[in-house]
Design a protein. Structure first.
Length: 257
């Protein structure tokens, strides 16, 4: 026997009287209790009592309503205590130690590989915070110098004892500021990069040329670059470009590189 009950949007316990009296007292009481517990607004229930077994089934509309109510429920985030956090950290450390001390070399290699990937992703995310949007490049026409002029400027630049250092912070606003301050009384400035990775001096040279608008005279093998300010040099109002990092930010970036 299969019955379909359509209950209006009232108390389900009152409408449960619509259940046919042909059912025995046992199944009828089960139906009444079940309808009283499930307080849906307008459920459509299919009652199946074949082989003396009572079975219920909801139609598609009721299932959608139940799914919507479940989706609306927001899981509350519970705050972990300090002791619970320490216990969780201890658990992960013990788990990592087991992998590191595993007799299987494949487990150890896989663990190191996963750890390196996690660290790489973390460093990339950190370095993104130090990216400065570059201003659109203004047209820069470098002066054409003869070989005699280049040789003279190179010799005068080499004789200078004072220089602008580029250290572990790399190129930041303070380096360009020092170049402009040196160009106030001198035609050339010597920039020394220490420490400097192989090939990094060319990156620094290109960046300093863009920021200072100077001319590169010579790049020496000891990571020294000589810049010429130009014949028509005028000291800018803002000597430290705005699209560069500060001294503290540059040092913080170096720690993540």
């Amino acid at each position: 026997m299969r019955l379909v009950l359509r209950l209006p949007c009232q108390d389900p316990a009152m409408n449960a009287l619509l259940v046919p009296s042909s059912l025995t007292s046992g199944p009828r009481e089960i139906v009444l209790k079940w309808l009283h517990a499930r307080r849906f607004s307008s459920p459509s229930i299919e009652l199946n009592t074949e082989k003396d077994v009572v079975r219920f089934r909801f139609d598609q509309e009721t299932r959608k309503r139940v799914d919507q109510t479940k989706a609306k429920r927001v899981v509350k985030k519970f705050k972990m205590s300090k002791k619970a956090k320490l216990n969780e950290l201890k658990f992960y450390r013990l788990k990592a130690k087991k992998k590191m001390r595993s007799p299987n070399p494949e487990v150890r290699i896989r663990y190191k590989h996963e750890k390196a990937k996690r660290k790489e992703a973390w460093l990339i995310e950190k370095l993104r915070n130090f990216e400065v949007p570059k201003d659109p490049d203004e047209p820069h026409d470098p002066e054409i110098l003869t070989e005699e002029e280049k040789f003279y400027l190179k010799r005068t630049g080499e004789k200078k004892k004072k220089y602008v250092p580029v250290g572990r912070r790399g190129v930041f606003g303070g380096v360009v500021l020092n170049m402009h301050l040196h160009w106030k009384k001198h035609e050339t400035v010597k920039v020394v990069c220490r420490p400097c990775k192989p090939g990094q001096i060319h990156e620094y040279t290109a960046e300093l040329t863009r920021l200072s608008r100077g001319n590169v005279i010579d790049i020496k093998p000891d990571n020294t670059v000589i810049f010429y300010r130009g014949k028509n040099y005028v000291q800018p109002d803002v000597m430290s470009p705005p699209d560069t990092l500060s001294k503290d930010k540059a040092l913080e970036k170096y720690r993540y590189e």
